[in-house]
Design a protein around this ligand. Structure first.
Ligand SMILES: [Zn+2]
Length: 306
């Protein structure tokens, strides 16, 4: 009898514990509210709005400990001052809107690593820097997950700089110059905004290229000319034009069905050339992004960060 009573007491003591969930609750890692280096060359920042800005080609770090890329047919040009441009956007966002974008920045020179290529071309098969490539791309991946816990969609912008003569932003939606000149030939499923069309089936397939609500049109309205936009729908046949690269393809693909975005190839004069230009650009960029959300999505910027 005594033993039976003892067993009952033990059972009652154990019962509340055994009612707890099988898995212990794991506290999520604390958000990185300031920029943080994941390795010597990869810097990230958690945001509190549905925007990720990736800066793969602005790095100037040139360590002799990492060999130069030597695989064939590669591009190694640095997109100068694009890190400073992203930082200007971040600073203006914090100052004017009291919110901040997610940032992923590479400080390593493109002669060493190209963070806008798949890993073999990115590293030229140098396995010693594969972890740096992974830190960059796993960050974007985890930031997308993080955003989608709170917001229905995520916007991805891959920020670059071009050296073309015409001083305008070249927006890359994975639509070629030839297709922009012949819009009826555009295949929506191959664009970087296809995920958005799927979520909003009533939108026209050119909604994000040349309508009044396209990002390019909104920027051009603020004196930052863009192609494509309502003001400048397509590059001329003779114009060099970047239509988007690996990162834009990867992070707006069907693997990430709630992400859409575009590549920005920024001109130098009036955008990247000095801090005044960069701050002016940042203000226009953020105003246009907020207008873009309000006009094209169910997400209202006034709720961001709340
Ligand atoms: Zn670039």
């Amino acid at each position: 009898m005594k033993n039976a009573q003892l067993v009952s007491v033990i059972f009652l003591l154990i019962l509340p514990v055994s009612c707890k969930p099988d898995k212990p609750f794991i506290e999520p890692p604390k958000d990185i509210v300031t920029k943080k280096k994941l390795d010597f060359y990869t810097e990230v920042q958690y945001g509190n709005m549905p925007l990720i800005i990736s800066v793969p080609h602005g790095g100037t770090d040139n360590p002799s400990s990492i060999s130069d890329r030597t695989c064939p047919n590669i591009t190694t040009v640095t997109d100068s001052r694009t890190i400073e441009l992203a930082n200007a956007i971040d600073s203006v966002c914090k100052a004017d809107y009291a919110i901040q974008p997610y940032l992923v920045i590479s400080y390593l020179k493109r002669t060493k690593l190209d963070q806008n290529r798949e890993i073999n071309e990115a590293t030229c098969s140098n396995s010693s820097i594969a972890s740096i490539w992974n830190n960059y791309h796993l960050s974007i991946d985890s930031f997308i997950t993080k955003i989608l816990l709170k917001y229905p969609q995520a916007l991805f912008v891959d920020l670059h700089g071009h050296g073309h003569t015409k001083q305008r932003l070249e927006l890359g939606y994975l639509v070629s110059g030839s297709e922009l000149r012949n819009p009826s030939s555009i295949l929506p499923s191959s664009t970087s905004y296809y995920n958005m069309l799927l979520q909003n089936p009533f939108l026209s397939k050119n909604q994000f290229l040349t309508t009044p609500n396209a990002f390019g049109t909104l920027m051009a309205n603020k004196n930052f000319p863009c192609v494509p936009s309502a003001q400048d729908p397509a590059p001329l046949l003779s114009d060099p034009y970047f239509d988007g690269g690996y990162n834009t393809q990867r992070y707006t693909s069907s693997v990430y069905p709630k992400v859409y975005g575009w590549q920005i190839e920024s001109n130098f004069i009036g955008v990247r050339d000095n801090q005044t230009s960069r701050v002016n650009f940042a203000k226009a960029f953020l105003q246009s992004i907020m207008e873009f959300y309000s006009r094209n999505t169910s997400m209202q910027p006034s709720t961001f960060g709340k």
